[in-house]
Design a protein around this ligand. Structure first.
Ligand code: UDP
Length: 485
């Protein structure tokens, strides 16, 4: 087959954590709809949920599949059920987990030799994949899973170290050589930026592998953050393609409900509950797949939500050791009091389905990038409550750049448990995002962005075109490779 008619085959290798796997699965589906063969790499444990997410695409005749690699859990000293980052409960386990993922190189190499893909899209947390792709002679694209704003902002802080020029942890600084006078404080930076840790070294390795890669793909769209996309491309010199919002490839109820884990609440029940509420009258509260809160903090949220008098859907991580309704954080008689007003989902919620419902008028979020972009895509303003990772950057983006949010007021980056926000702050922020002129104004802006998001992925839109340009370059790469061999 000549190169022009050759079907491009891409491998998609996510880091093994829900917030990384979900957008990568969506991405594989998007590439398949553009005529590529998409092969996702999963562990045997996660393969069934990957398969469930792609069943419909397969049924529609798109060329998409899943292959597996097995984590050497025993070798790194982890228990057999610890095969996803969301089951890791300590810093030490996190490091063991990372070591385990770095030992997948030979399995990846064998898969590439056997299935001969044209390109690997690798999660940034798998920097070692550059060695494998270099050895196998195929391009590697990096997927950070966050915005151009955050990637470029983090890089400017790393390069110019403004946090070393302030006199206290709380003194604000402006991110240097970065558009928009964005302010942060040392308290809001990740610990590995402030001090040398194992992770600092890993970040350096990741940056190095990124420079040696063919480019970067982002789950974002140009109109959302043009100044930052340009900055990343021109000032920081990274070849990049913005091809999102990827979640928009899920059009039907079933597609939206099958993202990530098995939902703990029937999607149709959830829709029925929302259908019976007025437009923009419900606040949705969810902190993603990783963030944890103490019982004391959950109690404050419960009290604040009730005091706000607003209707809500609140997703709380399930504690398998405690009976539902008997949790330590639950105020006495709470669930019977809120029966008609609120829904508590213990476990996993069909988030995109909920956000897309017209009854949802606000979202209390930890500012993980997937959640942030899903809210933008649904036209829903946010109460920002960042916890860890790059979430404080995403908060700045929502509040200072997009102006579609109210910040809850957390000041400090924490790796594990957030517990600093009092109930009156929850009450106030929830009311501010749902009712009044300010809320209306934010909602208008959010709805306009949502329209732009939809336009970006339609034929001829910015993300559609960026992806087309990327496919074209990959085809040229392939031709050059064929000519050489
Ligand atoms: N999510 C979901 N249901 C839940 C919790 C999370 O569908 O109950 C999805 C959410 O829609 C998003 C992802 O999980 O796609 C979380 O990614 P994000 O970047 O927001 O946060 P992380 O989990 O990585 O901290």
């Amino acid at each position: 087959m000549g190169s022009a008619s050759h079907q491009l085959h891409l491998f998609f290798f996510p880091f093994i954590a829900p917030g990384h796997m979900i957008p990568m699965i969506d991405m594989a589906k998007v590439f398949a709809t553009r005529g590529c063969k998409s092969t996702l790499i999963a562990t045997p444990h996660d393969k069934p949920s990957f398969m469930k997410s792609i069943t419909k695409s397969k049924d529609l005749g798109f060329d998409i599949d899943v292959v597996t690699v097995t984590l050497p859990l025993k070798e790194v000293g982890l228990p057999a059920d610890c095969d996803n980052l969301n089951r890791v409960t300590s810093m030490e386990m996190r490091q063991q987990f990372r070591r385990g993922t770095a030992m997948l190189d030979q399995q990846l190499e064998l898969l590439i030799e056997k299935l001969t893909p044209d390109c690997l899209i690798s999660d940034m947390f798998l920097p070692w994949t550059i060695k494998v792709t270099a050895k196998c002679g195929i391009p590697r694209l990096v997927f950070h899973g966050t915005s151009a704003f955050s990637v470029a902002g983090t890089e400017c802080v790393r390069l110019y170290e403004p946090h070393k020029k302030v006199s206290s942890d709380s003194e604000p600084f402006v991110i240097p050589n970065f558009p928009g006078e964005i302010t942060l404080s040392r308290m809001q930076l990740q610990d590995f930026v402030k001090e040398e840790t194992e992770f600092t070294k890993l970040m350096d390795v990741m940056k190095e592998s990124e420079k040696r890669s063919f480019g970067v793909v982002m789950n974002s769209f140009y109109e959302l953050e043009l100044a930052y996309a340009d900055h990343y491309r021109t000032f920081l010199g990274r070849r990049s393609w913005l091809i999102g919002p990827l979640s928009l490839c899920n059009k039907e109820i079933e597609d939206k409900a099958h993202r990530g884990e098995q939902a703990s609440f029937d999607q149709l029940e959830c829709l029925k509950w929302l259908d019976s509420r007025q437009t923009n009258s419900v606040i949705y509260i969810c902190f993603g797949s990783m963030a944890n809160f103490t019982a004391a903090q959950l109690h404050e949220i419960a009290v604040g939500l009730e005091a706000s008098g607003q209707q809500f859907i609140w997703v709380v991580k399930k504690d398998p050791n405690v009976e539902e309704g008997k949790e330590e954080w639950l105020p006495d008689g709470y669930e019977s009091r809120i029966q008609n007003k609120g829904l508590i989902i213990r476990g996993w919620a069909p988030q995109v389905l909920i956000l897309d419902h017209e009854a949802v008028g606000g979202f209390v979020t930890h500012c993980g990038w997937n959640s942030t972009l899903e809210a933008v895509t649904a036209g829903v303003p946010m109460v920002t409550w960042p916890v860890a990772a790059e979430q404080f950057y995403n908060e700045k983006f929502v509040i200072q750049v997009l102006k579609i949010g109210v910040d809850i007021g957390v000041k400090k980056w924490v790796r594990w448990f957030g517990d600093s926000v009092k109930s009156d702050r929850v009450e106030e922020a929830v009311k501010r995002i749902l009712v009044g002129e300010e809320a209306e104004e934010m909602r208008r802006r959010a709805k306009a962005l949502a329209e732009m998001a939809r336009g970006a992925v339609e034929e001829g839109g910015s993300s559609w075109s960026d992806l087309g340009a990327l496919l074209q370059i990959l085809r040229l790469q392939r031709s050059a490779h064929d000519e050489k061999t």
